[in-house]
Write a protein of this length. Structure first.
Length: 492
């Protein structure tokens, strides 16, 4: 068996254990990237950093375009998703003025200065990945995640060539354990099959069971602690920043003397640069935080409102999986127009977006009648549990809304849609009519469905049965599935 692994920037313990299993089984291992090569002995290495993606003749370019067209027609996905689904490239195009101290990668610089050149880069990327697959001829491809142009394109090539491919990541519900996703949209075929089998033959076992809502509230308290301590979203008090400045300046001068560099932007954690970033972030966030509103628990209980939290932006789950809804302004305007007159729309941005989005983004949204931007650093659980209606493209808040018995409208395909408990808008031109029907009938539908909570517990159980906990046993289960169905690939 030959396994090709596309490594990412961050090393995963789940990936390490899977690679160890591959080596112990005596299978042949190929690696694209440079993160794991020193740990697994003799492997076939493909260096994606030294490849010249622009060394393509006009004739070769046209031939590859023809191949890409065939693949798009076969799998029904545009290769441009590789570009628009890449969070790093999108960050360059949509956040050009993020700050004067933020380092820009070569791809980000290219996206800003010559966007059309990106298409040439993607053609070169196709050439590289196609050459790797043709040379190594893998039976299975492991991909770190589908968050960038290379990984998305590799997944599409596997889809076309009928090569099974996995993305070993954390579970959607059991976040402490790993699970293997088997297509570009993070679906697990085994989980889908298990859930359907539970509904057909075991659902009675889940009529009584744990209270998922109690666990959910505790989870949100944990999330709140994580948000407060997350250095990516944390804004220090200006006084503390100033207090740290002399020490940072002294360390920076020593750095300059030792390395003979006057302004080394490439060192992300250079003390003085970190101080500048914090100061810049502090002032930008203070300007934006004035627009956010905090509602008390009682105010939320007395209010009729729909709740719509936003993803971190840019993000593959919206740009690639839900491209229609990747523009939050469009989504918010549409929902605000279609809600009943007395309903408010409470929008909660992701805390990592604050200080990154332009100030005008928040000012514009705050002027839409009935739209209120709530504090991204406050309790999300209060807004969720008191909402009359929950909107999401495909986010986790939809699953949480189901647990609390809320009517949840998923604008795109979400992993929990399989429960049959979410709502889909059939005709967006008549979205207001469908919303009124949902609000009118939802409570009656839940009261009549004695198996509502049982279906949710069954979904939790289905994911639990597909988790990777005992690495040797569980991974061998996946290996066996591949051996039994070597050409089986989930269709996107």
């Amino acid at each position: 068996m030959k396994v090709l692994f596309f490594s990412g920037i961050v090393k995963s313990s789940l990936e390490r254990n899977i690679l160890n299993e591959i080596v112990e089984n005596g299978w042949e291992l190929g690696i694209i990237g440079n993160k794991y090569q020193a740990n697994y002995g003799k492997v076939k290495k493909y260096d994606c950093h030294s490849f010249d993606y622009f060394d393509i003749s006009d004739n070769e370019y046209n031939q590859i375009l023809s191949q890409i067209e065939n693949i798009e027609n076969e799998i029904g996905i545009s290769f441009k998703r590789c570009f628009f689904g890449d969070r790093h490239l999108n960050f360059a195009l949509t956040r050009k003025h993020v700050g004067f101290v933020i380092k820009k990668s070569p791809l980000r610089k290219m996206a800003i200065t010559n966007p059309d050149k990106i298409l040439t880069f993607l053609v070169g990327l196709y050439k590289f990945l196609n050459n790797v697959i043709n040379d190594f001829k893998p039976d299975l491809v492991l991909i770190h995640s589908f968050a960038g142009a290379p990984s998305l394109m590799l997944g599409m090539l596997c889809e076309y060539k009928k090569i099974p491919y996995w993305a070993p990541l954390v579970g959607r519900i059991h976040r402490q354990d790993g699970i293997i996703y088997q297509d570009l949209f993070y679906r697990n075929k085994e989980l889908i099959d298990i859930y359907k089998n539970i509904l057909e033959s075991e659902l009675d076992k889940f009529i009584e069971g744990e209270d998922l809502s109690e666990k959910l509230e505790q989870f949100h308290l944990t999330i709140m602690d994580a948000v407060k301590n997350d250095p990516r979203g944390k804004t220090e008090d200006l006084i503390n920043i100033i207090k740290r400045s002399p020490k940072a300046l002294r360390e920076t001068i020593i750095y300059y003397i030792k390395n003979k560099r006057f302004w080394p932007f490439e060192d992300r954690w250079l003390p003085s640069k970190k101080i500048l970033e914090q100061c810049w972030k502090f002032f930008k966030r203070k300007l934006r935080e004035k627009i956010f509103i905090d509602f008390s628990e009682q105010e939320l209980m007395d209010m009729d409102y729909a709740y719509f939290p936003l993803h971190v932006d840019p993000e593959g789950s919206t740009i690639c999986e839900a491209p229609v809804w990747a523009n939050p302004v469009f989504a918010i305007e549409l929902i605000a127009k279609m809600l009943p007159f007395k309903y408010k729309l409470l929008v909660r941005d992701h805390y990592l977006n604050v200080g990154v989005r332009p100030l005008g983004f928040y000012k514009y949204l705050s002027k839409i009648p009935g739209v209120y931007l709530v504090n991204p650093y406050g309790s999300a659980f209060s807004y969720l549990k008191n909402a009359n209606l929950v909107f999401t493209d495909n986010g986790t808040v939809g699953w949480e809304g189901l647990i609390l018995g809320k009517p949840v409208i998923t604008l795109a395909n979400a992993h929990y849609d399989i429960t049959g408990l979410t709502y889909k808008i059939k005709n967006f031109s008549e979205m207001d009519k469908e919303i009124l029907e949902i609000l009118k009938n939802h409570n009656n539908l839940i009261s009549q469905d004695a198996l509502y909570q049982a279906k949710l517990r069954a979904y939790v159980e289905a994911e639990r049965r597909t988790l990777i906990k005992n690495f040797k046993q569980d991974i061998k289960r996946y290996w066996q599935n591949i051996k039994n169905n070597p050409s089986e690939v989930i269709s996107c």
